[in-house]
Every structure is written in structure tokens, then in C-alpha cells.
Design a protein. Sequence first.
Length: 429
Amino acid sequence: SLKRKCGKFLSYLFDYLIIFVSTVFCGHLGKVELDGVALATAVISVMGIGIGYGLSAACDTLISQAFGAGNLHLVGVITQKAILILLLACLPCCAFLINTESILLLVGQSPEVARVSQLYVNIFLPGLPAAFVFIIEAKYLQNQGIIWPLVITGVVANLLNALINYIFLFVLDMGVPGSAAANTISQYSLAIILFIYIRCTGLHKHTWPGWSMDCLQEWDSFIQLAIPSMLMMCAEWWTYEIGGLLSGLISEVELGAQSVVYGLANIAYMFPIGFSVAGNVRVGNAMGAGDVAQAKLSAKLSIICTNIGANVFFPSSHRDITMRVATVMVLFAPFHLLDATAVTSGSIVKGLAKQKIGAVCNLVGYYAVGFPIGISLMFAAKWGIFGLWTGLLISVFLQSVFLIVLLFKLNWNKASEEVRNIEFPSIKS
């Protein structure tokens, strides 16, 4: 329903606002501090939170199909498996994040900004496991079609986040460490509040059998879906972050324009996310139940609704932004429409357990075609960020065409059989 899709949009928006608000509160600290915090949150998002979201996307296939097939016991076991795997994934993420300063210095950032970034990251690190647990809690509910608890949790956690930031920065005058500590506390508040909500309302009763030794078995089935899912998401995410770093090599004006457009892109991205998650869940549920006709209908409706919504998202009232980054905004409207189509189609592909195809599509689209063209136009042709976004536009065009053709040419009956063969042999329903 439309209410459910709005709920998904709001849940992702509130999750995004946790880090965004922390950055905004640092605006009065000084340029070096603000730049350091902005870079730190970007690194955390790309090499921390983003990795968690990518790996957890295996749940979009496995939980949605288990729930659709009526195997409620398996839903809980998959969730347990996901929690353990993501907590282990924190280790390589932390190994990268503790070297943030060295990496930023390597790409030409000033030593002082790099030092501030490392300080922020170090204080945030204890919050990464909590962030990963919250991601799995969210997937556990989303793939059963339960959305509004995430919105309620997001509202409460964001209010707490704003209050804690205010106290740490304006009352206690803790500076950057205070902002990082507030972010860490907020990650725990998200996970704990949602856990308490699930526990108190009994949402877990039918799908949580208690911790089971079954969760230690057949990790390969999960990881075979998790790694391609992560590549699907991170291939796109990393491209934009690298583009931001490259724009800073041209001029501060280009970097500023890129920041404006990328910020708008992040907000615009929230809208198709609602339809893409809905499409993923509905297709996964239907395929798990063996209802091919319903799966095809859900896929078509998700793509159609995404395109309608993407067009509505661009009214003429964006003139102020258009005046500031006029040349890039010429590309951004068609880019958003195509990106929304690619995002929703990619989520449907995940619901069909075809993450490997999606990962190859994104990697080839961005790194073999779009990014090389974008960099060439950016520097060799001296188009600046207009060249970068031209390359990205070409990339999302090719991806959306490929994925749409794939879905329309797909043998859905055969795909249904393949999906229902995805199982954990030692786990009995």
C-alpha cells in the first residue's frame, strides 16, 4: 500500500538524518572541524554503514522467500545467521576505518583535517556493531511487511540524537569528540529502541524460535548472496564518493557544486528506496510461495510507481538549486529517473536471488563504462563535474535498460523453481 511505501521512505530518511544532523551541529566549530567531520562521516558511511547494508541485502532474498513460503522458523534462523555474519564483518571494516587518517593523507587531504577525521572515526567505532544490529532488525521486519515500528524508532532516535548533540556541543562544549560520541550513542539508541519495541509488542513470537545452533550452519548460502549484494550497493556508493574527491582536485567551486548535487541525490534516492524495498519484499514473498503471477505483477507495479514518483519529485520549485548548479541540474532530472528505475529493478533482481547478475551489471556500468567516461570528460575535456555526471547518466541508462530487459525476458516459472531450491539443508521447517 501507499502508506507502507511512505513508511519505508521515512524509515530510510530518519536513518540518514542521524549522521546528517551530527554533521550540521558541527557547523559552528570551524572550517577544519566541519571538513574533518564531513569526511569522517563519508568514510563511515561508505566503508562501515554501507558495507552493513550491502551484506544485509541477502536477507531481502532469504527472509522474504522464507516468509512467503510460510517457513516462519527459518525467518528467525536466517536473522540469527545475519547478525553473527555482520558482527564478524565489523572487524575488517574497523581495520580500514582505523587507518582513515593515513588514507586521507594519501589522497591529498590536509594533515589537520585528516587528524580531525581520524579522531571522529575512532570515537564512532564502538557504535558500528550497534549500527549493524539495527540494520538486521530492520531487514527482519521489512521482509515481513512490517514498517511503521522503524518509523517510530527513527523519530525517537532522531529526537534523542538532536538533544545529545546539543548537550555535548553547546552545553558541555566537547567539540568534535562530543559529536562523534553523540553519533555512537544514537546508533545504540536505534538498535535498543527497536529491540524493545519488537519484544514488548510480540512481533517476534511467530518467527523467533530462540537462539539455535542451526544459525551456525550453511553460512555459504548466505554469503553467496551477501557478497554480490554488497558489491551492487557499494559499487554505486563508492563511485559518488570518489567523484567528490576528484571534484576537489579541480577547484573549490566544483567541489561545492558537487556537494550540492550529491546532497540532493541522497535525498532524492530515498523516494525510490521505498518502492524498491516494497518490490523486493513482494516479489520475494510471492516467489517463496510459488505465486509467479503475483511476483510478475509486483515487479511491474514497483517499476511503474517508481517512474511516476520520480517524475513527481521534480517540480519547478527547485529554481534556487538550479541557479546554483544550473549545468549539472540539466542532467540530474533524467539521471534521477533512470537511477530510480535501476534501483527498483535491482531490488527486484535481489528478490529473485540473482544478486550476481546485479553486481556484474553495476560494476560494469560504473567502472567499465560510466566512470571512465566521466573522468575523461571531467579532466581531459575540462567539463568539470558536468562531465562526471554525464558519465554517471550514461551508466544508469545502460543499467536500467539491461535490468528492465532482463526482467521482461526472464523465465519466471524457472526462476521460481530456482528460488525455492535456495535452502539450508540441515534446517527443517
